[in-house]
Every structure is written in structure tokens, then in C-alpha cells.
Design a protein around this ligand. Structure first.
Ligand SMILES: [Zn+2]
Length: 205
């Protein structure tokens, strides 16, 4: 549900907490769940994902299925990134419901306002990523072998996601301020997404 740039901001925080992992591979994993025509499957959401009703994803199921890959140094970075995407989506869904924004989407023009806010937020968040040349290098730096055998995604869709992310990074900055999304609230969101990703991987045990 968050944008690809938001997923990269979370991935940056996660990689900072896990310096043992290759950051480009963490990024690849953080974008990978959207490389699928079947988001219910790639997000471990079951059929309710399509209804966008805030259905929780299968955290335990993910750990159960990919525990060995999360511990294997050859695959850990990709799956930690993947995990961060699922956690970030889940938190965003909770936040939208809790803040009442989901209901506001139902009013006329609500969706347009929220998506406009996402664009404006993306433009600000680009500043939290490394310089453009580093972003470009990282997006295509990770060997995609792990992604190719990940059973949850369609790896042939990765180029589209990577190119789309690069396009967002280079989108012109919208002039208007945020209307619904409060920047302070969103900061808390990123912090939580990073902490919960790392904690879920055993950091707090
Ligand atoms: Zn997602």
C-alpha cells in the first residue's frame, strides 16, 4: 500500500540496523512483493487483500516458510527486505483505519486528495534516499537470482517495478503542501516500520 519510495525509506532504516546485509539486496526484497499479478499471494494476505479491508498478513506463515532463507547469508538480505515490505504495508493499513482516513476516502474526491498527498510525500521522501546515482546503481546492483526462485513473486515483473521506482524518484516535485497526511505522523510510521521489521526478526528476543 505505501509507495515504492516509502518502501525504500523503510529498507534504508532496516539496512542501517543490519549492516551485515547487502543494502542493494535488501532494496530488491523490499520492492519484490509488488512484482506479482497476484498480490494476495505475494503479500500472504489471502483473498481479502483484494478487498483492501485491512486484512492482516501471515507473519507467522512467512517466518515458517522462509526461516531457513532468513538465516542463510546468501538469501537473508532479500528476505529481510521482503519482510520489511509486508510489515510496512500492514502498519500503513492499520494507520489508515485508525486515523479515519479510510472513511474519508469514501467522500467525493477523497481518493484524489490522498493520492495527491502520497505524491507530495514521495517527493519529500526522495531526500531521505542517497544521491540519485547511488539510487540508480543500487536499484540494478543486486543479482536477481534469489528473487528468481522466490516462490511468491513473478520475477519477470521485477524490471517493471524497478523502472517504476526510478520514475517515481525522478518525478517533478509537486508544489502544494500535504492536505491530509501529517508529516509528523508519517515520521512515526517509518520509525515503527523499521523497528517492527527488525524486532520481528528476533532482535528483541
Ligand atoms: Zn505491498
Amino acid at each position: 500500500m505505501p509507495s515504492w519510495i516509502m518502501h525504500l525509506v523503510v529498507a534504508e532504516g532496516v539496512a542501517a540496523g543490519r549492516p551485515d546485509l547487502d543494502v542493494a539486496e535488501v532494496w530488491l526484497g523490499a520492492l519484490a512483493p509488488d512484482a506479482s499479478g497476484d498480490k494476495c499471494r505475494s503479500h500472504l494476505k489471502g483473498p481479502r487483500y483484494g478487498a483492501s479491508d485491512g486484512a492482516p498478513f501471515g507473519l507467522g506463515h512467512f517466518l515458517h516458510q522462509f526461516g531457513p532463507q532468513l538465516r542463510d547469508p546468501k538469501t537473508a538480505a532479500f528476505y529481510v527486505g521482503y519482510w520489511s515490505h509486508l510489515v510496512a504495508d500492514d502498519l500503513m493499513a492499520q494507520w489508515l483505519y485508525f486515523s479515519g482516513l479510510k472513511e474519508q476516502l469514501a467522500v467525493a474526491g477523497g481518493r484524489r486528495i490522498l493520492y495527491g498527498d502520497y505524491d507530495r510525500l514521495n517527493a519529500r521522501l526522495v531526500d531521505r534516499l542517497p544521491a540519485r546515482d547511488v539510487v540508480h546503481r543500487r536499484l540494478w546492483a543486486a543479482p536477481q537470482d534469489v528473487a528468481r526462485v522466490c516462490p511468491l513473486i513473478e520475477a519477470n515483473q521485477l524490471p517493471t517495478v524497478l523502472a517504476g521506482t526510478w520514475a517515481h524518484v525522478n518525478a517533478p516535485k509537486p508544489a502544494r503542501n500535504l492536505q491530509w497526511l501529517a508529516a509528523a505522523l508519517v515520521d512515526g510510521y517509518f520509525e515503527r516500520a523499521v523497528v517492527r521489521t527488525l524486532e520481528g526478526l528476533g532482535g528483541s528476543w
